[in-house]
Design a protein around this ligand. Structure first.
Ligand SMILES: [Zn+2]
Length: 381
């Protein structure tokens, strides 16, 4: 049985209390989920403690100067919205990151369902305790509120509700996967702030915030927005995977006897599903030219290209191991998607389009990012 990476839990004192930032958050990103005091462990409360703790840690860590500028007046909260989304903005010098309650709930429930199937990650825990209790997710859009998702899942005969793993080890792995996926989303938003995307978009387009829903833009704007999405993905990966690539255990996870390669593979598996769930459409890569976000398979390919470069920098000789982990994770995610008939643009494209086309689109957007950074002093890599 493979080893676990249980998530660290933080207590209530980790939560940031900044009344002024809270006001700006409310007006810029929406009303937050009400606090539950007295040690209650709702998913929203756990996320608040985790990302509050991360901000505190980064603020106190002078060894991380790149981070200092953004975390000095950073604030995180959970937005009272049951759709799968996250957002970021700046107001009066405050850097505000919001995560919808729907992102936290849906990702947890999704990974519970996944790990309740004995054929998903069968090396982890005791899969023989599980049984296939979901027949199909063909009709599901996991961006919708959970009640809508629930009404669309086709359960197996005899099952009455969305399943959770029976094996406590697999339940713990599901929590770890959900946390890895949410960390990626959190660090993605933080990178939008840290690398000056918000400043650029406010100045050039008047945009008040960024979020992760799929909207079309004017072509002139979408080119920059797409470049920033790739940049935020790459930045998030670097923050999350850096410690593992340096052979250390990462912030927020307990020590992992299984070794960093295993952790990286598990992380890539979790993050692949962020891209699968955020876009269930069946649209080709070329159809995304005027969207705010690049096609999800292009974003996954960017993680591959950038990740193998970063891995080599952190741990010379590890490029191949990272690339193997990426392909393995994508294969495992693809197999799980097939098992549940999960609709996703990423899997649709990888089965129909050539690697040359996908990498070509990634390179086109990455080049535009380089050009933007070279011509705008406020943007930093
Ligand atoms: Zn983004």
């Amino acid at each position: 049985m493979k080893n676990l990476l249980p998530v660290e839990r933080y207590n209530e004192t980790a939560i940031l209390s900044l009344p002024e930032a809270e006001q700006h958050f409310r007006s810029g990103l929406g009303p937050p989920v009400p606090r539950v005091r007295g040690g209650s462990e709702t998913l929203a409360e756990i996320a608040r403690r985790r990302y509050g703790y991360f901000i505190r840690m980064a603020r106190d860590n002078s060894a991380c100067p790149g981070h200092q500028a953004v975390v000095r007046k950073a604030y995180f909260d959970v937005v009272r919205d049951s759709t799968l989304n996250a957002c970021a903005t700046t107001k009066e010098g405050y850097n505000l990151v919001g995560m919808n309650e729907g992102a936290i709930v849906n990702l947890h429930v999704f990974f519970y369902v996944l790990m309740s199937h004995p054929e998903v990650l069968p090396d982890y825990g005791f899969p023989h305790k599980e049984a296939a209790r979901v027949a199909s997710m063909f009709d599901c859009d996991w961006r919708a509120p959970l009640s809508v998702v629930q009404s669309r899942v086709a359960l197996s005969q005899g099952a009455t509700q969305l399943p959770q793993p029976r094996d406590p080890f697999r339940q713990s792995i599901a929590d770890t996967l959900a946390t890895m996926a949410l960390d990626f989303v959190y660090f993605h938003e933080l990178t939008h702030l840290r690398r000056g995307h918000l400043h650029y978009l406010k100045t050039e387009t008047g945009a008040g915030k960024v979020d992760e829903s799929w909207l079309g833009s004017a072509a002139s704007e979408s080119a920059a927005k797409q470049a920033f999405e790739l940049d935020a993905d790459g930045g998030a990966m670097e923050i999350a995977l850096g410690p593992w690539l340096r052979n250390k255990s990462a912030l927020g996870f307990q020590s992992n006897e299984g070794g960093p390669d295993e952790a990286v593979e598990l992380w890539l598996f979790a993050v692949a599903f962020v891209f699968l769930l955020f876009d269930p459409s069946t649209a080709a890569v070329a159809a995304y030219r005027n969207q705010d976000h690049p096609h999800p398979i292009v974003r996954l390919m960017h993680l591959y290209v950038q990740g193998s470069h970063v891995a080599e920098q952190h741990r010379p000789g590890s490029r191949k191991r990272f690339e193997d982990a990426w392909w393995k994770a994508l294969e495992l995610a693809g197999n799980a998607a097939i098992l549940f008939e999960l609709p996703s643009a990423a899997m649709f494209a990888i089965n129909r389009e050539s690697m040359v086309e996908i990498i070509g689109e990634r390179n086109r957007i990455a080049l535009h990012l380089q050009q933007l950074v070279a011509t705008h002093a406020s943007l930093k890599l």
